[in-house]
Write a protein that binds this ligand. Structure first.
Ligand code: FAD
Length: 321
């Protein structure tokens, strides 16, 4: 079932040929400057997790996201579930599914087979990532691709060969790190590496989650100076709990937690509800500020839950209006 999709705030019939890169660029150039919204999910760990996840996904449908993305386990445990979830979203919802695809541990043939599966099922956009190797592993033993830029190039070539988007190839997104990536302390080099991904054919950038908008604004300006001109989508996650905060600090190493945010969380004390409210309010403020700074898009890390993200989204809607 394919129904409609949103472009620049207008609901257009789904034509099956629209390139997400064009949709995002159009939205970014629109005089209304309404940021695109998108949502990230991860595959359910158990069979029983599928039905609640699909209820959550259907709740997000009414917010007319530009796309929804599905994470990929670089460790290898959930890879088939990623494919299954992406294909179900494609078949059963009007949403544009974007699979994450990491190249660590994959050969060219592995990636080719995955791309063929997506191409024949009408999945035409991929978020191309390197992934993180298991601790202590050597890169040369970890597949045919060293950096995400190599994967981007391969996906573009394969997409053209497979006739995706009439031979234009897959639309490709890549990751950006406003507060830096732990492996590259030299921030000038890091910008070069991001630019290499765009020059290899990336159509848009989705950022790592961040809580300090100043860092994002400054990084976006540096991208601009470096002539990185594709749409940049800001990654936002409302802090769900104090344990969630710890997990984020581990997973998104290097992310700054501003003192004002930590103060609000500390004031919430041990009250679970108050912590969640503080996380939502912080994310709402971030979104209002991002909309005021004409961000191209906001990507929500949903943790497969709808309530907090929907509340934050409403704040963004108000700012957009
Ligand atoms: C939006 C988003 C979604 C993500 N989704 C997933 C997911 O689903 N599954 C998952 O496992 N992980 C995911 N990740 C995590 C990601 O895989 C890791 O952060 C990984 O370490 C970096 O991936 P990358 O694609 O940016 O790699 P790259 O662009 O290859 O960069 C990795 C490191 O290598 C450096 N580098 C790049 N090119 C060169 C070069 N030519 N010479 C020297 N150094 C270089 C970069 O500066 C960086 O430090 C996601 C991250 C983001 C921001």
């Amino acid at each position: 079932m394919r129904h409609t999709r949103m472009v620049c705030g207008a609901r257009l019939p789904y034509l099956g040929v629209m390139h997400l890169g064009d949709v995002l660029s159009l939205q970014a150039k629109s005089t209304r400057r309404a940021p695109a919204v998108s949502f990230e999910f991860f595959p359910p760990k158990t069979e029983a997790g599928w039905a609640p996840l699909f209820r959550t996904i259907s709740e997000f449908t009414e917010l007319a996201p530009s796309f929804v993305s599905v994470t990929y386990g670089a460790g290898g445990t959930t890879r088939d579930k990623t494919h299954a979830l992406v294909l179900r979203i494609r078949r059963e919802t009007p949403l544009e599914p974007v699979p994450h695809l990491t190249c660590v541990g994959h050969t060219r043939d592995d990636i080719r087979r995955i791309l063929e599966l997506y191409a024949v099922n009408g999945v035409e956009t991929i978020l191309a990532l390197r992934g993180d190797p298991p601790t202590g592993a050597k890169f040369h033993s970890l597949g045919d691709f060293r950096h995400a830029a190599d994967l981007v190039r391969f996906i573009r070539d394969e997409g053209a060969r497979l006739g995706v988007h009439g031979g234009r190839g897959f639309c490709v997104g890549v990751a950006g790190f406003p507060e830096g990536h732990p492996e590259t302390p030299n921030t000038l080099h890091q910008l070069d590496h991001l630019k290499a991904k765009v020059e290899a054919g990336a159509d848009y950038i989705v950022t790592q989650l961040f809580f300090d908008n100043h860092a994002f604004h400054d990084w976006r300006e540096r991208c601009n100076i470096a002539h990185i001109c594709v749409p940049i989508i800001a990654g936002i996650m409302p802090i769900p709990s104090m344990q969630g905060l710890q997990r984020m600090a581990d997973l998104a190493a290097g992310t700054r937690f501003p003192a004002a945010l930590l103060r609000q969380l500390a004031q919430a004390g041990g009250d679970v509800r108050a912590v969640e409210d503080a996380g939502i309010e912080w994310a709402e403020q971030q979104c209002r500020d991002l909309a005021a700074h004409e961000v191209d898009g906001v990507h929500f890390y949903t943790l497969n839950k709808s309530d907090a993200t929907k509340r934050v989204c409403r704040a963004l809607e108000c700012a957009r209006a």
